[in-house]
Design a protein around this ligand. Structure first.
Ligand SMILES: O=C(O)[C@H](CCc1ccccc1)CC1(C(=O)N[C@@H](Cc2c[nH]c3ccccc23)C(=O)O)CCCC1
Ligand SMILES: [Zn+2]
Length: 313
């Protein structure tokens, strides 16, 4: 029996109902999306469970009647598809490697695991402890954050330390929020899965990095050691500075989210390299805006102003 694309339904982490692209096989349904353009060269989106262990990828999820109740798996699968669609339709990129690589996600990693990560090969999501986090695949900005690490790895290759690492982090937060595309004036990160018992908070804020103890200007740059305790030179801390620059840019009157995304993506994939510093990101985004919209365009001028406002350039 050959594979056949099927449409299932599932309940997400926040209790919402979603339709899912699944794969009907002789004995049932697999949590495998074979509807994307990348399927022409064998690319799929597959979602696995680690069954609360740490062996990866774990077991490909199956279901007998195509009605899916594993909430973390439903969102990991659906949001991976949404992220593929954004990169393909808005930026012309065919999966994270631009060659239609299969996207694999694993949920229920370990126990009460309050984090998520891209491990160089796949996405991995913990379920949280129910206080600090709920299942981390329940946030589209977070899923797209992880997948963007894969894009960065295969393009600029920004090393995960000091300023290049903070840029790596910032590009993931920026693309994460662009893919999520909420009308969120605060441009928050992870708001859907942080502290399920508290409304309105988040992991980070791009509009006001200080709210979550991140700097929002070079004169607040945190010189931290390149150790785990030092967050590898503060990659999740100093990312507040480029995040604020992007926020200032995208909220400039006349700038659209789509155009902002094209500029940041072009800078990441055409100009930045492993050890790029904040000043290089400023120059790269100005160059990308110039390439796409012209030297004296609103975009190019607004990019320069946005970086200057955080003390870069
Ligand atoms: O992708 C990343 O940058 C983060 C990857 C963290 C990680 C790295 C290596 C092995 C395991 C985990 C995961 C995310 C993150 O920003 N984590 C931060 C904040 C954080 C989440 N859970 C935590 C628990 C304790 C302390 C900090 C955190 C971190 O790990 O610093 C991204 C979006 C949300 C989670
Ligand atoms: Zn990250």
């Amino acid at each position: 029996v050959n594979h056949a694309a099927a449409t299932g339904t599932g309940t997400g982490v926040l209790g919402d109902t979603k339709t899912l692209n699944t794969d009907s096989y002789s004995s049932g349904y697999y949590l495998r999306d074979i509807t994307k353009p990348m399927y022409s060269t064998g690319g799929k989106i597959e979602t696995y469970t680690a069954n609360y262990g740490t062996a990866l990828p774990g077991t490909l999820l199956t279901d007998a009647d195509n009605v899916w109740t594993d909430r973390a798996a439903v969102d990991a699968h659906y949001y991976a598809g949404k992220t593929y669609d954004y990169y393909y339709n808005k930026l012309g990129r065919n999966s994270f490697d631009n060659r239609g690589a299969t996207m694999k996600s694993t949920v229920h990693y370990s126990r009460n695991y309050n984090n998520a990560f891209w491990n160089g090969t796949q996405m991995v999501y913990g379920d949280g402890d129910g206080r600090q986090f709920t299942s981390l695949s329940g946030a589209l900005d977070l899923v797209a954050h992880e997948i963007t690490h894969a894009v960065t790895e295969r393009t600029a290759g920004l090393v995960y330390e000091y300023q290049p690492g903070a840029l790596n982090e910032s590009f993931s937060d920026v693309l994460g929020n662009l893919v999520e595309n909420k009308n969120d004036p605060k441009w928050l990160l992870g708001e859907d899965v942080t502290t399920p018992g508290i409304a309105g908070d988040a992991l980070r804020s791009m509009s006001n990095p200080n709210e979550y103890d991140q700097p929002d200007h070079m004169n607040e740059y945190r010189n931290l050691p390149n150790t785990r305790e030092g967050d590898w030179g503060g990659v999740h801390i100093n990312s507040g500075i480029p995040n604020k620059a992007f926020y200032n840019f995208v909220t400039t009157p006349g700038i659209t989210k789509d155009n902002a995304g094209k500029i940041w993506y072009r800078a990441l994939t055409q100009y930045l390299t492993s050890y790029s510093q904040f000043i290089d990101a400023r120059n790269a985004t100005i160059q990308a805006a110039t390439d796409l919209f012209g030297a004296n365009s609103l975009e190019a001028t607004a990019v320069a102003n946005a970086w200057a406002s955080v003390g870069v350039g």
